[in-house]
Design a protein around this ligand. Sequence first.
Ligand SMILES: [Zn+2]
Length: 626
Amino acid sequence: MATLRRFAVAVVLAFGLALPVFAAPAPHVTISLDATEAPRKIFHAHLTIPASPGTLTLYYPKWIPGEHGPTGPIQDLAGLKFTANGQLLKWRRDLLDGWTIHVEVPGGATNIEASLDFISPAGHEGIYTGGASATDKMTVISWNTVLLYPAGWSSDQLTYDASLRLPRGWNFGTSLQVASKSESEIKFAPVSLTMLVDSPIISGQYLKIVPLNQGENPPVEMDIAADTAAALEAPSEVWEHYKNLVAQAGTLFGARHYRDYHFLFSLSDHVAHFGLEHHESNDSRSYERTLVDDRLRLIEAGLLPHEYVHSWNGKYRRPADLTTPDYEKPMQTDLLWVYEGLTSYLGDVLSARSGVRTADQFRDVLAKIAAELDHRPGRTWRNLQDTADGVPAMQAAPHEWESWRRPLDYYEEDVLNWLWADVIIRQQTQNKKSMDDFCHLFHGGQSGPPQVKTYNFDDVVNTLNQVAPYDWRGFWTERLNNHGPGAPLAGVEGSGWKLVYDENRSELVKAEEDAAKENINAAYSIGLWLRDDGHITDTIEGMPAAKAGIGPGMAVIAVNGKKFSVDVLHDALRATKNSSEPLELLVENTDYYKVFKIDYHGGEKFPHLVRDESKPDLLSDIIKAH
Ligand SMILES: [Zn+2]
């Protein structure tokens, strides 16, 4: 408990949060969650909440840490009922905020009983913790979806006593401490609301637990739930690579800010796919066959390293204006270029240092990012800073028009920018210092239980200057505000490599097209992204397909008169360089058919990195295991 109190004090001192000072002790809430109907996608919660007569204001968590927006799935809260001393209570939703509920507490009552259901999405609606989370064989429980909390207290001050019932025969994994366990119920040790919401539970009939640093402290394990037993049987080198990831992350940061750590990995084609970071765990969800299919594993290779890095960058070190006292106060996202951007860079670097990706696969990822950003017309109207600033308002942006909208580019463009910064540090110090030194200073310190150490723009600049004096303020100001049409490639080029295009698909492009059956790539030839059924997900403004009149949402039916398939499209594009005839696409648009003639003769174009022998190979140094 001392740990959690220290955590609370650190947050309050850091921001001088103006919370009301109460003479009474902070409420101690009990919650019992019945998840036995998880396969039906309905969860029943019962809470006892201390209260006094008058109006009690309760919140359903709205701004969920790591989701970067007001995404708490209030539309899926149902069956809400309050009683006190056996009497049904009146309640009304706040007219200005749908996540706020006012309950009338009668005289003489010292607490109220709340019962509620969380109806987990049965289809594709919802994102993050509000996305599909339950199948016939498994579920992930995010506590923010199944509880209410009283107004007037920070989430650090509130204590929750949680218990859980699961479908018969289902096992579970979580970073929560188990107080007791019987056949029918698990009781967890009392914990702050902050740490409860930060500690999801994975559960399923097929659950595999793999220790990743046996015998070491703090312990790290992977808890994997899948829709089939077969999906858990990964080749043994997969576990070795994730063990290396744990070791390499320790070397990179020099400290660990958790008591024990759980990778909670869901393998299902019927849950929402994403990763969500926590101090002592991550909730990562991917295709059922991710661990057993080499191609899917390659596509998803960046997921777990990224989420693991967040334990240091995002949870332990967090932008001050993103660190809020509860889930009701809005978060400000202007520093996501550090929170997410640096995490993406370090996650990719660690994926290569650990062997989760080979050096070739790492370079293919970097080539993919560089090419995408180099064909990003949205850069001309929207600077990188605005992609971070605007994200709370545009969480649900569709895939269509992505290159013009450029919604979340602080993830990928900042891989290029942080690589550039790493190259500058190495150049300025004759390769004696690197981003690793920044990580030691910024994310290291004393190992121990979770805590939050906040930062602002100046702290980032100052720490970079401690590693290697340079105009870092000018560097980041320019990176965040420029409107150049092309990608920032100086980091790639300074690291001794060049972005080139040829007609050969990389292993990664093949995997995305053949195994995931999405991101069919005609982007760098005619400016088209498709699904394998011909549906056009995006066109790139200024490139031949868009100029000819084709747009997202249309579907390619035939190519040069032959019925569309991925192979037919690739063959026709490859042939363009030996033909003087235009490429002819029969396209369906809102039930109308039209032929578009595209005067293009450049052949297929897929991105790769090739070595520039005129420069030292810093990139290979960066991804070398330490
Ligand atoms: Zn992230």
